[in-house]
Write a protein that binds this ligand. Structure first.
Ligand code: PMP
Ligand code: GLN
Length: 389
């Protein structure tokens, strides 16, 4: 393994999903729904197989999907993008982020991001020869509300080598949605230091309790320096389709396209028309998936609390983060997760894997549970959680 990839072994998601299969446990680890997406969207993909859609789509994605992405950005964020030059279809958000890093970073350039961080970020930055500068998000002091960053810690992370600010809101794994005042701080900082901003918005529609996701690109001065990344996986329950996209000013999107051309060239032929259709579903669809998931959140959060696991009820995403110190005397979340199949027939993700070495202590006692599961699985999971008491 080349030195730039040392330390990046098997992803924790693969490891924990394998453990679930091996032990016959319920998998509340890896974030994927166990229920299907909207039937009309699935039907379009089925019908597209066996047609010209099986062959290479156009490099930037089929025009119909690029137009649908631009219309979706206009409808939900009032952001206007030219489908011809300002939208690129990618192999999931993962490729969009990796291609953006390859396109933007010179060796040694720094990327400021918030920790805990989604696991592909560090690897993508490393593969592009960059360096991460993590800024910790702190849990709410009273156990309710959102995780937040300390402005002084954020400012201290920016150096003359900082090239990119990478922001994930709604945030995996904490379920936090950045507030307007926090977005304003980020916008001011990006402008002052002339940073390119990458926003990972894959959970944009999975927001609860009437809260709304606001893209950082909508703030004054941000559109021209921001690449907005999202994907179909979470919005349409099709995490295996790997259809993602990037929107931004033409020169930045062209740079990402240059990298994407030589990573995968194109992807997901038959899925592209299906996702285009999904993005045009009425507002009620998008409100409906959030409402449905909010109900699942409430079921799991209640079960976790009953089992003696303090949990911050998340504002968004698929995930709830608990403190295991009450049920794991050494407070080690990784050890807790390794034993959880035996103790309770469940699998979860130790939050420590979302931290760099430097800040690992902040996540040692935390564990992430996914609630994007069917009623029967959630009910059984809540039942099994009682075994921890
Ligand atoms: N970003 C975040 C924050 C995620 O949680 C995930 C995983 N679902 C991704 C990116 C990857 O998205 P995709 O499957 O579209 O590559
Ligand atoms: N994003 C999902 C999660 O955080 C899984 C993605 C993956 O397996 N790479 O659980």
């Amino acid at each position: 393994l080349a030195s730039r990839l040392r330390g990046f072994g098997t992803t924790v998601f693969a490891e924990m999903s394998a453990l679930a299969v091996e032990t016959g446990s319920l998998n509340l680890g890896q974030g994927f729904p166990d229920y299907p997406g909207p039937p009309e969207v699935l039907d379009i993909a089925r019908a597209a197989i066996g047609t010209g859609a099986d062959q290479y789509p156009p490099g930037p994605g089929i025009p119909e999907l690029r137009t649908a992405v631009a219309e979706h950005q206009q409808r939900f964020q009032e952001l206007g993008y030219d489908p011809g030059t300002e939208v690129l279809v990618t192999a999931g958000a993962t490729e969009a982020l990796a291609a953006a890093m390859l396109a933007l970073l010179e060796p040694g350039d720094e990327v400021v991001l918030f920790e805990p961080i989604y696991d592909s970020y560090s690897a993508s930055v490393a593969m592009a020869g960059g360096v991460v500068q993590p800024v910790p998000l702190h849990p709410p002091a009273d156990g309710e509300g959102a995780w937040t960053f300390d402005e002084a810690e954020l400012r201290a992370a920016v150096t003359p080598r900082t090239r990119v600010l990478l922001v994930n809101s709604p945030h995996n794994p904490t379920g936090t949605v950045l507030a307007a005042a926090e977005l304003a701080v980020l916008a001011e900082l990006a402008t002052a230091h002339d940073l390119t901003v990458l926003t990972d918005e894959v959970y944009e529609h999975l927001v609860f309790d009437g809260a709304r996701h606001v893209s950082l690109a909508t703030l004054p001065g941000m559109r021209e320096r921001t690449l907005v990344v999202s994907s179909a996986g979470k919005t349409f329950n099709v995490t295996g389709w790997k259809i993602g996209w990037v929107c931004g000013p033409a020169p930045l999107v062209a740079a990402v396209r240059t990298a994407k051309q030589f990573l995968t060239y194109v992807n997901g032929g038959p899925f592209q028309p299906a996702v285009a259709d999904g993005l045009r579903l009425p507002d009620g669809y998008f409100a409906g998936i959030a409402r449905d998931l909010q109900y699942r959140r409430d079921v799991l959060v209640a079960g976790l609390r009953e089992a003696g696991l303090p949990v911050v009820s998340p504002q968004a995403t698929y995930f709830a983060t608990v403190d295991v110190r009450g049920v794991q005397p050494d407070g080690d979340g990784l050890a807790f997760c390794r034993e959880l199949p035996r103790r309770a027939g469940l699998v979860a993700i130790p939050t420590v894997v979302f931290y760099t070495q430097e800040h690992a202590a902040l996540g040692r006692h935390l564990v992430r549970f996914a609630f994007c599961k069917s009623d029967a699985v959630l009910a059984e999971a809540v039942e099994r959680l009682r075994r921890l008491a």
